[in-house]
Design a binder for this molecule. Structure first.
Ligand SMILES: Nc1ncnc2c1ncn2[C@@H]1O[C@H](COP(=O)(O)OP(=O)(O)OP(=O)(O)O)[C@@H](O)[C@H]1O
Ligand SMILES: [Mg+2]
Length: 286
């Protein structure tokens, strides 16, 4: 990183495009970028494909807060800055059901763990330690720099996808591509968990509820455009249309919030926008 401009460089060569937002935590873990309160500081985000949305990629609580006016109910969630805070907040959450714990700035399902109702403080602390340990195992030394804040979420149980061995949970990835004046939105992939869901045992079996594909030998992947698969879980055409509209609204919310500088970074990063602050107004996507 260039010390005064924050531009990303490789030696003395400027880096003009970065596709994967996960590079940023990697730069933080290796001490090349500073982290403050879970966010990456002093770096010019323009080279990233996600540009100013890069922090929201790594902050799953903020992703929930940005669901306003989409019609999707945000999940109850908390943000914990220490091990003790994480244990106390999880304990409180368990009164309403299972609690999913996630590390900051990770992906691929790494460190995503669940705590079931009735767990003791010792058991909760073990899961918190597992989240950190999984991140260190996957990302190596220095992973502690980005693992906090830990975030907790209510458990969202999907409908079941019927297979021979039982009903499998699933999720659906939706892509939104946008530019001034237009948004393109389409379902990409539907992932099924490797094992059927059993509400009495899932808390001890990630294969029953974590659908990530990376690093798995068994993957049950469907196309997001497979109408038969979508119908099987209750995703009618009408529902898909609602979900796609919600995803566009979410993206506009995220862009709008970041452009207005709600991260304390009010500066415009684009010359076009600096000359004309209304260059990326949300109405353009309406
Ligand atoms: N609140 C939840 N309730 C039920 N299952 C969940 C919940 N959060 C996550 N999961 C399961 O765990 C998987 C991984 O979680 P998530 O997608 O949040 O993390 P990630 O894949 O590591 O991050 P990212 O998607 O940002 O790369 C999800 O695909 C889903 O199968
Ligand atoms: Mg994921």
């Amino acid at each position: 990183m260039h010390p005064s401009t924050g531009a990303i460089c490789d030696g003395d060569r400027p880096v003009v495009f970065v596709g994967n937002p996960n590079l940023l935590p990697e730069l933080a873990r290796t001490g090349k970028v500073q982290v403050g309160r879970g966010r990456f500081e002093g770096i010019d985000r323009r080279a990233f494909h996600g540009w100013r949305l890069i922090n929201v990629v790594h902050d799953k609580s903020r992703q929930q807060a940005l669901l306003h006016s989409t019609g999707i109910r945000p999940l109850a969630h908390f943000t914990a800055w220490t091990r003790d805070e994480a244990v106390a907040a999880t304990r409180e959450f368990l009164a309403n059901g299972p609690c999913v714990l996630k590390p900051n700035a990770a992906s691929g399902g790494v460190g995503v763990e669940v705590v079931g109702p009735g767990a003791t403080d010792v058991e909760i602390a073990e899961v918190v330690d597992t989240v950190v340990a999984r991140c260190v195992a996957k990302y190596g030394e220095g992973a502690e720099a980005t693992v906090y804040p830990l975030r907790g979420f209510e458990f969202a149980r999907s409908t079941g996808f019927p297979l021979d061995d039982g009903e499998h949970l699933w999720d659906l990835r939706i892509a939104v591509l946008f530019e001034p004046g237009a948004a393109h939105v389409f379902p990409v992939s539907m992932r099924l968990t490797p094992e059927p869901f059993d509400p009495t045992t899932f808390a001890h079996d990630r294969d029953q509820w974590v659908s990530n594909v990376s690093g798995r030998t068994v993957t049950l992947l469907k196309s997001g455009m497979d109408d038969v698969a979508l119908e099987a879980v209750g995703m009618t055409q009408e529902r898909i249309d609602d979900v796609m509209a919600a995803c566009v609204t979410w993206t506009v919310n995220a862009w709008d919030a970041s452009a207005r500088g709600d991260e304390g970074l009010g500066a415009y990063e684009d010359d076009r926008e600096a000359r004309d602050p209304s260059f990326y107004p949300r109405e353009r996507w309406a």
